[in-house]
Design a binder for this molecule. Structure first.
Ligand SMILES: NC(=O)c1ccc[n+]([C@@H]2O[C@H](COP(=O)([O-])OP(=O)(O)OC[C@H]3O[C@@H](n4cnc5c(N)ncnc54)[C@H](OP(=O)(O)O)[C@@H]3O)[C@@H](O)[C@H]2O)c1
Length: 363
C-alpha cells in the first residue's frame, strides 16, 4: 500500500509512504483500491480545518503531525468479506489519498454502504457514505471526472442556495460573493441566476476577473480593491468563500447597516477557522451543508432531495463541461507525484479557476 501524508502545519508539504498489507479482506471488511480522485481548494480546506472540523479523523495515520487529506473519487473493491458487496464493484465517495483502504461496511443496500469503522462512527455521516455506481441514476462512466470534481462542491452550492432562499435571503436583495471564481461559489450563483429581485455581485482577484465576468452567472464583478465603491443602499448578504478576515472587516465597515447577514461558507484564502472579532453588523454564521441536507430530508424526504439535487447537478455539469462556455478545462494527471505537486500548488494559491484537476492512480 502506498499513501500520501500531508504535514498538518504546512499543507504544501507531503510525503509518500509504502507499506506491506495483506491482500485479502477479513469477514466484515472490504479492501478498496482508489482509482481516481479530484483536487480543488476544498481539499486544502479539509486539511486546514482538519482539527477544528475533525477531518483528519476520517483516515488517521498514527503519526503525530501528519494527516491524510480527504478527497472525493472512485474506488474498486479488490476483496470483500461482506455479503452484498462483490470484488470488482465500483464505489464513489470520500477517500484518503492512498492506493488502498480498508473499510467495515454497514447498512449495505443496493445504493451502497456506510463505513462503520470504529474511528468514524462519531463523525458526520454524510462523509461515511459510499455510492455503488451501478445503482446510481446520476452516474455515467464517461462523466466520472466531472462528477468527482463538481459533485461534492455542487452539493454545497445547491444546499446553500436553498438555505438562503428558504430564509428569504434574510431580507437581502443583493448577494455579495467573495472568492467568486471558486467552483462552489459560481455553483451557488448558477443555482440562483434569474431569481427575481436578487442581484448577484462577485468579488475576486484582479487576475480572475475576466474568468468570473465570462461565467455569465453574476450580474456584476469587482476586484477586492474596489469593494469600497459598491453602493451601500442595497440590503446585502455576504456569501464568504474566501474566509479572509481583513476582507470581512472591510465588508462590515463599508456596508454598515446594509449588511443583513454574513454567511461564512468557505475559506479559500485562509487556513484558520472562523475567529471571533469585534465587527459592526451581523456576526458571521458558518454554513455547513449537511445541516441543510438533514433539514430537507425531514421536509421533503431523502428521495425528493436526491431527485432535485440530481436534476440541478445534471444541468450544472452539462453547462460547465460545454467547451463553448469556457468554464472548465479538465487537467488529467497520473500518480502520487503529480498529486503532491498539485496539492502544493493549490495550497499556495497557484491554481487556475478555469482548470479542474483530476488524478488517476489506476493504470
Ligand atoms: N461549507 C461547506 O460545506 C463547503 C463545501 C464545499 C466547499 N466549501 C469551501 O469553498 C471554498 C472554495 O472551494 P472550491 O473547491 O470551490 O475552490 P476552487 O474552485 O479551487 O477555487 C479557487 C479560487 O479560490 C481562491 N483561492 C484559492 N486558494 C487561494 C489562495 N491560496 N490564495 C488566494 N486565493 C485562493 C481564488 O479565488 P478568488 O481569486 O476569486 O479569490 C481561486 O480562484 C473552500 O474554502 C471550500 O472549503 C465549503
Amino acid at each position: 500500500m502506498t499513501r500520501l501524508l500531508t504535514r498538518k502545519d504546512a499543507l504544501n508539504e507531503s510525503r509518500l509512504e509504502a507499506a506491506q498489507e495483506p491482500a485479502g479482506a477479513a469477514a466484515g471488511e472490504v479492501l478498496l483500491r482508489l482509482d481516481r480522485f479530484a483536487l480543488t481548494t476544498n481539499n486544502i480546506t479539509y486539511a486546514a480545518f482538519g482539527e477544528a472540523m475533525q477531518y483528519w479523523q476520517f483516515f488517521p495515520t498514527g503519526q503525530a503531525g501528519w494527516g491524510q487529506m480527504p478527497v472525493w473519487g472512485f474506488a474498486d473493491v479488490v476483496a470483500s468479506g461482506v455479503p452484498g458487496i462483490e470484488a470488482g464493484e465500483r464505489f464513489y465517495g470520500y477517500f484518503p489519498i492512498a492506493s488502498h483502504v480498508r473499510m467495515q461496511p454497514e447498512r449495505v443496500t443496493p445504493r451502497g454502504f456506510y463505513d462503520a469503522s470504529a474511528h468514524r462512527r462519531t463523525l458526520t455521516s454524510a462523509y461515511n457514505q459510499y455510492t455503488r455506481v451501478s445503482q446510481d441514476a446520476a452516474y455515467r462512466r464517461e462523466l466520472e471526472d466531472y462528477q468527482m470534481l463538481y459533485r461534492p462542491l455542487f452539493l454545497t452550492s445547491f444546499m446553500l442556495a436553498d438555505f438562503l432562499a428558504d430564509n428569504g435571503f434574510f431580507g437581502a436583495t443583493r448577494l455579495l460573493f467573495s472568492s467568486a471564481s471558486s467552483k462552489t461559489a459560481y455553483g451557488t450563483a448558477f443555482c440562483l441566476r434569474g431569481q427575481a429581485g436578487l442581484a448577484l455581485h462577485a468579488l475576486t482577484s484582479p487576475r480572475h476577473r475576466g474568468f468570473v465576468a465570462g461565467l455569465g452567472c453574476y450580474g456584476a464583478v469587482s476586484d477586492y480593491a474596489a469593494l469600497e465603491s459598491i453602493d451601500t443602499a442595497t440590503p446585502t448578504l455576504y456569501v464568504d468563500f474566501s474566509g479572509d478576515e481583513a476582507l470581512r472587516e472591510r465588508v462590515h465597515r463599508h456596508l454598515g447597516d446594509a449588511l443583513v447577514y454574513d454567511c461564512f461558507a468557505g475559506s479559500a484564502q485562509n487556513t484558520g477557522f472562523l475567529r471571533e472579532a469585534a465587527l459592526p453588523g451581523p456576526a458571521p454564521a458558518f454554513f455547513f451543508a449537511p445541516v441543510q441536507i438533514r433539514k430537507r430530508n425531514a421536509d421533503w424526504g431523502p428521495e425528493e432531495v436526491n431527485r432535485r439535487f440530481h436534476a440541478a447537478q445534471q444541468q450544472f455539469i452539462d453547462h460547465a463541461r460545454e467547451p463553448a462556455h469556457g468554464w472548465l478545462t479538465l487537467v488529467r494527471e497520473q500518480g502520487f507525484a503529480a498529486a503532491r505537486e498539485r496539492i502544493a500548488s493549490l495550497a499556495e494559491g497557484r491554481a487556475e479557476p478555469r482548470e479542474g484537476y483530476v488524478v488517476r492512480l489506476g493504470g
